[in-house]
Design a protein around this ligand. Structure first.
Ligand code: GTP
Ligand code: MG
Length: 195
């Protein structure tokens, strides 16, 4: 996978507004503030493509990015953020849920979790849903620049156990800061696009 050009295409606030496209889509999912937008920026080598922020809950819609007219990256709104009104949470949940269930262009999901912590209840729900859905997914445990190699090994075990992962599952550590794990994510995208 070589990404030459990636550009913002569209923000979608309602499922009905998803664009009619020929190209496949890969979605990037994870709890609020986990580092979804940073991961997308790292992959596309554009620091400001997807908006990143210290304030959780910044991305409140589906953001479509056109990659070389070959496929679209879709940055999903982060889940699990406490400090927003219930109505807003419900709207996000419905948007994500409808998108994941019905979007025909969707060929795979990069599910992002925080490598430093035990997966949250919402992470578990997401992964359970992915496992039941039959959709292809890659678990990317990000912010790995913040933990030692020793802790990495421990966290991998914990993550596999908590998320009921098996040997065959696609898993990688990732860091938007150092680029660790980029190759694995590119390889996963290659795999998806060949299907
Ligand atoms: P929402 O859009 O609000 O759901 O957040 P997001 O998941 O898109 O997270 P975002 O990429 O905005 O990153 C959140 C914060 O984590 C920012 O301050 C980033 O700089 C930081 N961050 C993201 N990835 C990494 C990483 O790999 N390493 C380190 N050290 N910090 C990271
Ligand atoms: Mg974001």
């Amino acid at each position: 996978m070589q990404i030459t050009n990636a550009e913002f295409y569209k923000s979608v606030y309602k499922y009905e507004d998803c664009p009619r496209l020929q190209q496949p889509e890969v979605a990037f999912s994870g709890r609020s503030n986990v580092g979804k937008s940073s991961l997308i920026n790292r992959l596309t080598r554009q620091k400001k493509l997807a908006r990143t922020s210290n304030t959780p809950g910044r991305t409140q819609c589906l953001n479509y990015f056109n990659v070389d007219d070959k496929f679209y990256l879709v940055d999903l709104p982060g889940y699990g953020f406490a400090n927003v009104p219930q109505k807003v949470k419900d709207d996000w949940a419905e948007l994500i849920d409808t998108y994941l269930n019905y979007r025909e262009n969707l060929i795979g999901v990069v599910q992002i979790i925080d490598s430093r912590h035990k997966p949250t209840k919402d992470d578990k729900m997401m992964v359970e849903w992915l496992q039941a859905s039959g959709l292809s997914y890659l678990i990317a445990a990000t912010k790995v620049d913040k933990i030692s190699n020793n802790k990495k090994a421990k966290q991998k075990k914990l993550i596999y156990k908590e998320l009921n992962l098996i040997e065959e599952d696609n898993f990688t550590f990732f860091s938007a800061q150092t680029g660790e794990g980029s190759r694995e994510v590119y390889e996963y995208l290659d795999f998806l696009l060949q299907l």
